[in-house]
Design a protein around this ligand. Structure first.
Ligand code: MG
Ligand code: MG
Length: 272
């Protein structure tokens, strides 16, 4: 059952989302060759707690850390460790936080030093597909419309769209209805309702869409060991339109990137 939120609850969710956004912004300053994912995890935990929030993933289904850290061929759910990042790696960082009793949950794939052009393109197209999907999160549409849009955008470049892992409703629980697949058919699936809040999160592979899970019971990686990218935003359906609750603005501020990609999904100016 989809749980719509009141406008007050949506504002509380925006606060939870922004804790994650700020944390990803702090991490953007630290991601570089030689840094370990365990070190980045400790920075994230401190940042989340400094904002009066609690790490959202830590202990959830017994996950051991604040961040899911998934380098290169890892798709999602990688566990932070003491292996240093290397020049040319990519690292997908997914962070959750609980504030005001609500979850924030979003993700960004970072470049470590100088990455290969084909991998750079994978990151660009995956992030584009996130916004292509968000654009379809509107009154009258269904989950299949979002999934269809993401799938078409990514498969047009020959990429593999992961089927086994999906976006989701978000609220007082980390995973609420509906499931938000990154594939689908137009006009199919659950119908969107005013006030609903979701995490839209394409997980896109450079090669095959097929995945495997490591013995640790968590880490998902590509079967062909080619790289995978993951971008995630939290979005509310307000006045029939998608309203972004999360932002990559702190990341862009840290990296000196100019972007207006979020402007069309914001009904009020973002106050940083
Ligand atoms: Mg996430
Ligand atoms: Mg999520």
């Amino acid at each position: 059952m989809i749980i719509p939120k009141t406008s007050e609850e949506i504002e509380l969710m925006r606060e939870a989302a922004l804790v994650v956004s700020k944390t990803l912004g702090e991490l953007a300053k630290e991601v570089k060759p030689g840094v370990t994912t365990l070190y980045l995890d400790s920075i994230a935990e401190t940042c989340v707690r400094d904002h009066g929030a609690v790490p959202g993933f830590l202990g959830l289904y017994d996950f051991p850390n604040t961040l899911c850290m998934s380098p290169n061929a890892q798709v999602v759910h990688g566990i932070p460790n003491d292996t240093p990042l290397q020049d040319g790696d990519i690292i997908s960082i997914d962070c959750g936080a609980i504030k005001n009793g609500f979850y924030g949950d979003h993700a960004y794939t970072f470049e470590v030093g100088e990455i290969a052009p084909d991998v750079k393109k994978l990151l660009r197209v995956t992030k584009e597909s996130l916004y292509v999907g968000i654009r379809e999160f509107k009154a009258g549409n269904r989950t299949g419309d979002v999934g269809y849009a993401i799938q078409q955008h990514c498969e047009a470049h020959g990429y593999g769209v992961v089927r086994e892992l999906v976006g989701h409703g978000l609220g007082r629980k980390m995973h609420e209805d509906p499931e938000m697949p990154n594939y689908g058919k137009r006009g199919r699936g659950k119908k969107f309702i005013e006030g609903m809040t979701v995490a839209i999160e394409p997980m896109i592979n450079l090669g095959t869409r097929r995945i495997e899970q490591l013995q640790d019971g968590w880490t998902i990686l590509t079967q062909d060991r080619k790289p995978s990218a993951h971008f995630e935003h939290n979005v509310a359906l307000v006045d029939g339109k998608p309203e972004l609750l999360s932002t990559f603005a702190y990341i862009y501020e840290a990296l000196g990137i100019k972007s207006n990609e979020e402007d069309e999904f914001r009904q009020k100016a973002l106050v940083l």
